[in-house]
Design a protein around this ligand. Structure first.
Ligand SMILES: Nc1ncnc2c1ncn2[C@@H]1O[C@H](COP(=O)(O)OP(=O)(O)OP(=O)(O)O)[C@@H](O)[C@H]1O
Ligand SMILES: [Mg+2]
Length: 536
């Protein structure tokens, strides 16, 4: 048998290339947003019909495309962004391959209308299955790409698409990611003629933060740690989550390299390593990080989707990221950490501050929400019913008789890193007597030497325990369980505090164990009062 070799027609070749760049409607949106950014637009409107399966329209007010260049814009390997091989080694734009529009045009019915400032009127180019038609149109400066019936001529690809809703969600995710690398661009998104996202341009720090909150949710920023560091031409800025914000999914790890959204293995590994041993197993941190480095130090021409990058000096980049995130988290690298990171501001200073000056994070959990209102009151939801918990009252009523309803040993929660506490040697015997009782209260400690105690667990029922204050006061109280329990209650720290799901459950379990205390200290709030609290 004789086998002959043929050149593929441009149309078939484009369809093959399109398979790599355009996987689903969200890939079209990503490419078109990046083109609008490269065109210097400061306003972009996105209209989606049926999850992008029927219709994707993206309009911008950028520099536009000259009428003569419109046919070239949809031709393969035609670009205004690079002109010679050398340019490839220092890419400053989002696009550079001249591939995206050609790919989109080969798998959809595409219309490009555009008007550059120098042209008296706009021109519109229609493309269907390789056939083009150019005509004048009325429009203001900028470009509109209108993509209909995506994959109409690639039934196999169409079969792999998901439902309208999941395709729409993928598009929304792309737009949100894009929005956080381009704060100066006004962005709107409509789905099936309804506005679903509106992000005005953010021109100052405050409005930038508002945009971040809108996109990533309040919970992240409220406790995130800000960093902005520079070394050897590299800059890392943005936010990383503190140790109390742990997610079951790694979906909020947003890293940009030179403003490009990437999903890069090296960067993900650096992030993971920065938190190693500090998060509960199966939990992930969140981040919004911007890494910038000289364009010649990275290669973005790794994968057709440009989600991966290759660094000239991967080790340097990796270490730069891990060392600075670790520093931002203020976590010493040794396994034993000193007491200070655990201890927040002193109780007395917290008490003297007026209520309004606190920032109270609201945490959602399976059980509902939890809101620390001030040094005295906490709103908790137990099976969807809001309760106002009075801590002063709780301390007052936790008399010896109610304490009896508790079962010992009380539940403990292990510390991710054991903490050390220095004791005066004259108090050694006092601590020695107290240690077995502390263990019953869920606080497991051991002597490392006569002057140093190592604390391994904390009582689950006391999520706000200021452990240093508690241990400092031990020599002053009787070595008995009720006395130590009272001291635990008196050693609560009421600083602005992110309550984890585990801690909420700890206290709820504690309140369930002592129903008398719960009745005395918690009042059911009317829905109205409760709304007032959350909005106030
Ligand atoms: N919204 C737009 N405004 C102005 N010019 C545009 C716009 N979209 C595309 N173009 C022009 O059309 C050309 C082709 O776009 P296309 O996206 O196919 O390639 P690219 O952006 O150069 O590279 P890549 O394939 O990597 O995206 C661009 O180089 C640009 O000159
Ligand atoms: Mg492009």
């Amino acid at each position: 048998m004789v086998v002959r070799i043929y050149s593929l027609s441009p149309h078939v070749a484009n369809q093959i290339a399109a398979g790599e760049v355009i996987e689903r409607p969200a890939s079209v949106v990503k490419e078109l947003l990046e083109n609008a950014l490269d065109a210097g637009a400061d306003t972009i409107h996105v209209d989606i019909g049926f999850g992008g399966l029927n219709h994707i329209k993206i309009s911008d007010n950028g520099i536009g495309i000259l009428a003569d260049d419109l046919p070239l814009a949809i031709a393969p390997h035609a670009t205004s962004k690079i002109s010679q091989l050398h340019d490839l080694y220092a890419i400053r734009s989002m696009g550079f391959r001249g591939e995206a529009l050609a790919s989109i045009a080969s798998v959809s019915r595409l219309t490009v209308s555009s008007k550059p400032a120098s042209q008296a009127h706009g021109m519109m180019l229609r493309v269907t299955e390789g056939a083009t038609h150019l005509e004048p149109c009325a429009r203001s400066q900028g470009t509109t790409l209108d993509v209909r019936d995506l994959f109409f001529n690639v039934p196999v690809r169409k079969k792999f698409l998901k439902s309208q809703l999941s395709e729409y969600q993928a598009i929304e995710a792309v737009i949100k990611r894009f929005a956080l690398s381009t704060p100066n661009i006004t962005l709107t998104l409509n789905h099936n003629d309804k506005q679903t996202l509106s992000l005005p341009a953010a021109r100052c720090e405050q409005t930038t933060l508002l945009r971040i909150k809108k996109v990533l949710g309040r919970g992240f920023l409220d406790q995130a740690i800000h960093l902005d560091v520079e070394r050897a031409g590299m800059r890392l800025s943005g936010w990383v989550s503190g140790l109390k914000y742990q997610r079951s999914q790694n979906d909020k790890q947003w890293i940009y390299v030179n403003h490009r959204m990437v999903k890069d293995k090296l960067l993900n590994h650096a992030l993971k390593q920065s938190y190693e041993g500090m998060l509960h197993s199966g939990r992930h941190p969140a981040c919004l990080l911007y890494l910038t480095l000289p364009p010649q130090d990275i290669d973005v021409n790794v994968h057709p989707t440009k989600y991966e990058v290759r660094f000239q000096q991967p080790r340097l980049v990796h270490d730069f990221i891990t060392s600075h995130i670790k520093k931002a988290l203020s976590l010493p690298e040794a396994s034993d950490c000193v007491m200070s990171p655990l201890v927040s501001k002193s109780h007395s200073s917290a008490l003297s501050e007026p209520c309004q000056s606190y920032t109270y994070p609201v945490t959602s959990s399976k059980r509902g929400q939890w809101l620390v209102l001030n040094t005295q009151f906490v709103v908790i939801f137990v099976q969807n019913t809001p309760y106002l918990l009075d801590y002063d009252c709780l301390q007052h009523h936790l008399s010896a008789s109610t304490v009896k309803t508790l079962t010992y040993p009380m539940l403990s929660r292990p510390l991710l890193l054991p903490v050390s506490y220095l004791i005066d040697q004259s108090n050694y015997s006092k601590f020695e007597a107290v240690l077995p009782l502390l263990s019953d209260l869920g606080l497991q400690c051991e002597f490392v030497s006569e002057s140093r105690l190592r604390i391994r667990t904390l009582p689950q029922a006391f999520p706000l325990l200021d452990i240093q204050r508690f241990l400092d006061a031990i020599p002053t109280v009787q070595a008995s369980q009720p006395e130590l329990l009272k001291l635990l209650l008196a050693s609560q720290s009421f600083d602005a505090y992110q309550v984890t799901e585990e801690e909420q459950e700890g206290l709820i379990a504690f309140l369930n164990q002592a129903p008398d205390v719960f009745r005395l200290c918690c009042r059911v709030l009317s829905t109205l009062t409760c709304r007032g609290f959350f909005h106030g």
